[in-house]
Design a protein around this ligand. Structure first.
Ligand SMILES: [Fe+2]
Ligand SMILES: [Fe+2]
Length: 678
């Protein structure tokens, strides 16, 4: 409404009031009069042009300082015959529309009214427009923040099902939707596209819907959006636009006493602009003036229960959500694709690691399953450490990724063995079987040669007649024959026992020397007449090994598997979270007292906890694994005794062995698991 309000004090300055559409009122107290009008006015804003004496200015302005422009817009025509306008402060000058020192003519008054109200209307429109733009700006800012937050939330979520929930939750939060569903495009057995209804949630009602598939055609809303890539913003699902190729199935509504009213359906486009699914949102509940929201979010606070609720609380989706939701759906699609690719990479790594391990395991059936079992034991130990709430491991915990890292390291810890001659690993005696057979064959040959020499001699002697002297010589020759053959037989037995990897008290080299002293003088020649060397240098060196079955060179060769493993796993482009794998594998044979290999590291600071765990798992499995051609399996109790001894001697970690024993890790992994079929 328009109001020309004239203070009684200045009434005399206005000779006559014209007939006009504005309300013209004269009041003794202008501010009181205006306040009264504001209270009663049905039409707002009140546009008021106030004619006031200068000395009343400040009081008047103070009364209306807090009034919103949507209720009142006013300006003052000041009458100031005494120069009181000087007291008006600068901030309030804008309220003064005009100032007069003499009475107005009728024409001037009329013109002032016309121009004044035009100004007030223009001012009001300008403010309203500015406010609207400001609100739009706030919406845009909110949209941007939502998008950024969605990007952040989606990028950290690794679980595909949780990701779908997060996508729907955020979509509903942004649009104030009461319900939403996600459809994903997939191929059927014929290679045709179909839509899988993947996930849905309705805030107001518990409507459980099982996953199902449907044809991807234009008959359904999701199919239409998936095929055309268009956004659908529908105002009434029960009254679809004329000529729509799709229809809406109302049966679920009927079943659950729900009313699908407004819908926004957007395509989910991935990074190469391919549509991978559709997000459908139902019943926007935004912008309800009369609702007091606690959380500030309509989607999760306004419940639609009665038919009236659906009539009064559901609104069409604001068109600005069309573009915004398209962006959200694409972010979701990209997050899902990323997720899928990460999963694919993980699976590929897993398969690659397992295939590599199978390559080592298949070389030696007797040790097969070792790497898998060591990996299982390590995982169980890490989980046990996680359960500790006090003590050394009270605040140590392994994340799922760290346990995976440990598992991969354990699976590959012996991969370097593929570079090493299998015969060395299988070497159970000091001589390789063929070398031993060769040696025994030479001794047998020597025996037979000597025997034959005597037989020939016997035959010759039988035909000859000897003098007494000669007969004595023949007899002593026969006695010597027995001794020689006996010495050869004994040498054979000694060599067989020296070939065993047992620890001998006497130096095996010395024993060998005394044996060879006896049979070494016996001359033995081949067909060409060359003398045959019974014990060559390398054979002698091997039989002289004082402990175990390996010579120095072979032991070093076996130990080098750690470096081969390290070089191999270092070349694999692991994702950053698996960066410790090379180091863990490199250190699985280090001992706390510095006697391990390859670097002879000392103490817990130098050997990571994962490598210390692996050392225990490795020794335990090597001891208890089923019989090997060169080693008998030992019982779990004996293995633990040996490990305890190792811990006492500061070779392995006592605290980790304590975990191993306390949590009965040995019972969690069967010694024969993962074995290959013979
Ligand atoms: Fe190893
Ligand atoms: Fe091993």
């Amino acid at each position: 409404m328009k109001l020309a309000l004239v203070s009684e004090k200045v009434r005399a300055m206005i000779p006559s009031f014209p007939d006009s559409e504005e309300v013209i009122a004269v009041a003794s107290d202008a501010s009181e009069h205006l306040a009264d009008i504001l209270e009663r006015a049905e039409e707002k804003p009140v546009l008021a042009l106030v004619f006031l004496e200068a000395e009343d200015f400040s009081n008047f302005v103070d009364c209306f300082r807090q009034i919103n422009y949507r209720d009142l817009v006013y300006r003052i025509v000041l009458f100031d015959p005494g120069g009181a306008h000087d007291s008006v402060c600068d901030e309030d000058l804008g309220i003064i529309y005009d100032m007069r020192t003499s009475p107005l003519s009728a024409v001037e008054f009329h013109f002032l009214l016309r121009r004044g109200f035009a100004f007030l209307r223009e001012y009001y429109d300008f403010r309203a427009d500015k406010d609207e733009k400001y609100l739009q700006l706030l919406d845009t800012k909110q949209d941007q923040e939502d998008l950024i937050n969605i990007g952040k939330s989606l990028s950290v979520e690794k679980d595909p099902d949780t990701l779908l929930r997060v996508i729907l939750f955020l979509s509903k939060k942004i649009t104030g939707a009461d319900a939403g569903s996600i459809y994903l495009i997939e191929k059927n057995e014929k290679g045709e596209n179909q839509l899988r209804f993947k996930y849905s949630h309705t805030f107001s009602k518990d409507i459980p819907i099982e996953e199902f598939v449907m044809p991807m055609d234009m008959k359904s809303i999701a199919g239409y959006v998936a095929i055309t890539g268009k956004v659908l913003n529908l105002e009434d699902m029960y009254n679809l636009p004329a000529g729509s190729p799709f229809s809406f199935n109302t049966s679920i509504d009927a079943q659950h006493r729900y009313r699908s009213k407004t819908m926004l359906a957007v395509p989910m486009r991935n990074h190469i602009d391919e549509i991978i699914g559709v997000i459908q949102l139902l019943n926007s509940k935004e912008n309800l003036q009369d609702t007091q929201l606690v959380t500030g979010n309509e989607a999760f606070e306004i419940r639609l229960e009665t038919p009236e609720d659906f009539d009064t609380k559901v609104l069409p989706f604001d068109p600005r959500y069309e573009g915004l939701m398209e962006a959200v759906a694409s972010q979701a699609a990209i997050a899902m694709e990323n997720n899928r690719m990460i999963k694919q990479i993980e699976t590929q790594f897993e398969e690659f690691v397992r295939a590599s391990v199978n390559a080592i395991e298949s070389r030696d059936k007797a040790t097969s399953g070792h790497s898998f079992r060591v990996a299982e034991i390590c995982k169980e130990m890490a989980r046990a450490v996680n359960e500790e709430t006090e003590g050394v491991f009270g605040d140590v915990s392994f994340s799922a990724t760290e346990i995976k890292e440990l598992e991969y390291a354990a699976l590959l810890h012996d991969f370097g063995k593929v570079y090493i001659d299998l015969a060395i690993f299988m070497k159970g005696k000091k001589l390789f079987p063929k070398d031993y057979e060769n040696l025994i064959m030479k001794i047998n040959y020597l025996y037979r040669v000597i025997e034959l020499q005597y037989l020939i001699c016997d035959a010759g002697c039988a035909e000859a007649t000897f003098s007494e002297e000669a007969r004595k010589q023949v007899e002593s020759f026969k006695i010597g024959r027995k001794e020689k053959l006996e010495a050869i037989r004994k040498a054979k037995e000694t060599i067989a026992s020296l070939n065993e990897p047992t620890v001998t008290e006497r130096d095996p080299g010395e024993i060998l020397d005394s044996v060879m002293l006896e049979i070494g003088q016996i001359l033995c020649r081949d067909i060409e007449g060359n003398s045959i060397e019974i014990l060559d240098g390398p054979t002698r060196a091997n039989l002289s090994i004082r402990r175990g079955s390996l010579n120095e060179e072979e032991r070093k060769e076996i130990e080098s598997h750690v470096l081969h493993t390290y070089n191999f796993v270092s070349r694999i482009p692991w994702p950053p979270e698996f960066k410790n794998i090379p180091e863990i594998t490199l250190k699985h044979h280090e001992k706390l007292d510095g006697t391990g290999y390859p670097q002879g590291l000392k103490g817990k600071d130098q050997i990571p906890v994962q490598a210390r765990m692996m050392a225990i798992a490795d020794i335990y499995d090597a001891l208890t694994a089923s019989d090997r051609p060169y080693k008998r399996a030992i019982s779990k109790d004996v293995a633990i005794r040996i490990l305890t001894e190792e811990a006492k001697n500061n070779k392995i970690d006592t605290d980790l062995l304590d975990i191993f024993v306390r949590y009965k890790i040995h019972d969690k992994v069967d010694k024969d698991s993962f074995r290959m079929a013979d």
